[in-house]
Design a protein around this ligand. Structure first.
Ligand code: GLN
Length: 484
C-alpha cells in the first residue's frame, strides 16, 4: 500500500525505516508497468536512473541526512530538460532530443533527494486543455478512461491521480497545472510569475509560463514548491526574493480570511452542478472562520481573446528555433535550405502547434501588430488592474477551476474554440502573473470538481494555507479512482 502514501507520509515512513527509497521506487515502477498502458501518462520511464537515485537517497539517509524529500519519488512533465534523457515536449520534432543539461527545477528537486521515475506525457508544446495533442497519443483520465485528464499537464495529473507516483512537476501557461488537477481530483499550484525558474523548461509563451507541482494534498504541494522555488541567475525573469516557509504557513487558522467570489465566474457557461460544489466549499470555509463577499472582475470577458493572441504570438517566436538544423527532427533528403526548413517543420509539428504558429505570426505581422498584439497587451493590463483592485478588498478570490468536469476523448478536438473556453477561469492568473491553486471539492457523475483560489503576488503560502485547512475539514482529496 506504499503507493497510497502522500509525500509527507513517505517522509515519515522513510525516516522511521518502515521502507527504503529503493523499495518504494521499485513498487512504483512495477505499478507504472502494470497500469500505465491504460493511461499513457509516461513518455519515458527512467528505471535505471530511478534505482541509482533511490540508492543514493538511502545512502544519504544512512549518513544522517533527513530532508523531507530525500527518497521522494516524482516524475517530470516532458518539457523540463533532463540531462541524458529524452526531452520531447510530446512533439515529433523533439522525439530524438536528448538534453545536455538539467532544468533548474530538475536540478533543485534532485538536490533535495527526489527520485525521478521518468518523463510525463503532455499536450504537444503544452498547447491544449485535454492532452490529446501529444505525438505519443492521448492520456486517459483514471476516473473514467473514456475521458480526458485535462491538459496540458495531463500525464502528470493522470499518473498522480492513479497513484503511480505521489507527485509530479507541471507547467501552467493558461491553466495547465490547475485545470488537469481539477479534472483528476488533485491539488496543483501555479506560482507567481518569476517565483520558479524557467531555465531548461521548454518555452511555450515566455511571459505566461510558470512551473509548479501537482500532488494530492496542499501539504505535498508546499513541500515540493519550497524545493522548486527561488532565484536563479540563469532566468532573467526569476525574482530575487526569499522563498516563504510554505510548510509553516499551512497551519494558520482561517479566522477573518476575506474571500471574494467574482460574479463573472458564476455566469453563463458554468455547469450548475459545479457551481453547487463551489458554494458547498464556501460554506466549509465560512465555518472555518472566513467571510465572503461578491467582487467584480469586469475585464475577464476579454481574457480568452487576449490570451489567444498573446500566447500564440510568443509561441510563434519561441518555436522558430526548431528549424531542422540545430536539434530535433530533420526531414529526409532536403533539396535546399528552404525545403529543409519547410519540411522539417511541416512534418515535425502537429496540427494544433501549427495553428498557433500561424495565428501568432499573423498577429505579429506588420499592419496587424497594433490591432491584435498591442490591443491584447492593453487588455492584459486591465485584467491585472482588476485583480489589484479586488485584492484591496479580499485576501483570496475563489471560484470554479473549470466550467465543466472532464469531457469525453475526441468531444472537443475538432472544435478548438470549445476547448479554449475551458480555460476561462484559469488564464487571467497567467495574464496578471498572480499565483493560483486548484483543490478537490466534490464530484459530479463520478468525475472530480476543482475549486480555484487566487491570491496576490507571492502569496503562495496563503493559497496553500487555505487549501490545507480545507483539506483538514474535508476528505474529497483522499478519494481514489477505482481500478488502480
Ligand atoms: N489550454 C491553454 C492553452 O492551450 C493553456 C495551456 C497551458 O497552460 N500550457 O494554451
Amino acid at each position: 500500500m506504499m503507493h497510497r502514501l502522500t509525500l509527507a507520509q513517505i517522509a515519515r515512513g522513510l525516516a522511521a525505516k518502515d521502507f527504503s527509497a529503493v523499495e518504494l521506487s521499485e513498487a512504483l515502477l512495477a505499478r507504472i508497468g502494470q497500469f500505465d498502458p491504460q493511461l499513457n501518462s509516461f513518455i519515458t520511464v527512467t528505471a535505471d536512473q530511478a534505482r541509482a537515485q533511490a540508492q543514493a537517497a538511502d545512502a544519504r539517509r544512512a549518513a544522517g541526512e533527513n530532508g523531507a524529500l530525500l527518497g521522494a519519488p516524482i516524475a517530470h512533465k516532458d518539457l523540463f530538460c533532463t540531462q541524458g534523457v529524452r526531452t520531447s515536449c510530446a512533439s515529433k520534432i523533439l522525439d530524438n532530443f536528448v538534453s545536455p543539461y538539467d532544468a533548474t527545477v530538475v536540478e533543485k528537486l534532485a538536490a533535495a533527494g527526489c527520485v525521478s521515475l521518468g518523463k510525463l506525457n503532455m499536450d504537444e508544446f503544452a498547447m491544449g486543455s485535454a492532452n490529446e495533442s501529444s505525438h505519443y497519443g492521448p492520456v486517459r483520465n483514471p476516473w473514467n478512461t473514456e475521458c480526458v485528464p485535462g491538459g496540458s499537464s495531463g500525464g502528470s495529473a493522470a499518473a498522480v491521480a492513479a497513484r503511480l507516483i505521489p507527485a509530479a512537476t507541471g507547467s501552467d501557461t493558461g491553466g495547465s497545472i490547475r485545470q488537469p488537477a481539477a479534472l483528476t481530483n488533485l491539488t496543483g499550484i501555479k506560482p507567481t510569475y518569476g517565483r520558479v525558474s524557467r531555465w531548461g523548461m521548454i518555452a511555450y509563451a515566455s511571459s505566461l509560463d510558470q512551473g509548479g507541482p501537482l500532488a494530492r494534498t496542499a501539504e505535498d504541494c508546499a513541500l515540493l514548491l519550497g524545493a522548486m522555488a527561488g532565484f536563479d541567475p540563469k532566468d532573467s525573469t526569476c525574482v530575487d526574493q526569499p522563498v516563504d516557509d510554505y510548510l509553516a504557513a499551512l497551519n494558520r487558522p482561517l479566522n477573518g480570511l476575506r474571500i471574494g467570489l467574482p460574479r463573472e465566474y458564476f455566469g453563463a457557461g458554468l455547469d450548475p452542478r459545479l457551481s453547487d460544489a463551489v458554494m458547498a466549499c464556501v460554506e466549509v470555509l465560512k465555518k472555518l472562520g472566513a467571510t465572503v463577499r461578491e467582487i467584480g472582475l469586469p475585464n475577464m470577458q476579454h481574457a480568452i481573446p487576449a490570451y489567444y493572441v498573446i500566447a500564440p504570438a510568443e509561441a510563434s517566436s519561441n518555436l522558430s528555433r526548431f528549424d531542422g538544423v540545430r536539434f530535433g527532427y530533420r526531414c529526409e533528403s532536403p533539396v535546399n535550405l528552404e525545403d529543409l526548413y519547410k519540411r522539417s517543420r511541416g512534418e515535425g509539428f502537429g496540427a494544433e502547434v501549427k495553428r498557433r504558429i500561424m495565428v501568432g505570426t499573423y498577429a505579429l505581422s506588420a499592419g496587424y501588430y497594433d490591432a491584435y498584439y498591442l490591443k491584447a497587451q492593453k487588455i492584459r493590463r486591465l485584467i491585472r488592474s482588476d485583480f489589484i483592485g479586488a485584492f484591496q478588498e479580499v485576501d483570496v478570490i475563489l471560484g470554479p477551476t473549470t466550467p465543466n468536469p472532464a469531457w469525453k476523448l475526441g468531444e472537443k478536438s475538432s472544435d478548438p474554440i470549445a476547448a479554449y473556453l475551458e480555460d476561462i477561469y484559469t488564464i487571467t492568473a497567467n495574464l496578471a502573473g498572480i499565483p493560483g491553486l486548484s483543490m478537490p471539492a466534490g464530484f459530479v457523475d463520478g468525475l472530480p470538481v476543482g475549486v480555484q483560489l487566487l491570491a496576490p503576488y507571492f502569496q503562495e503560502g496563503r493559497l496553500l494555507n487555505v487549501a490545507h485547512q480545507y483539506q483538514q475539514a474535508t476528505d474529497w482529496h483522499q478519494r481514489a479512482p477505482e481500478g488502480f
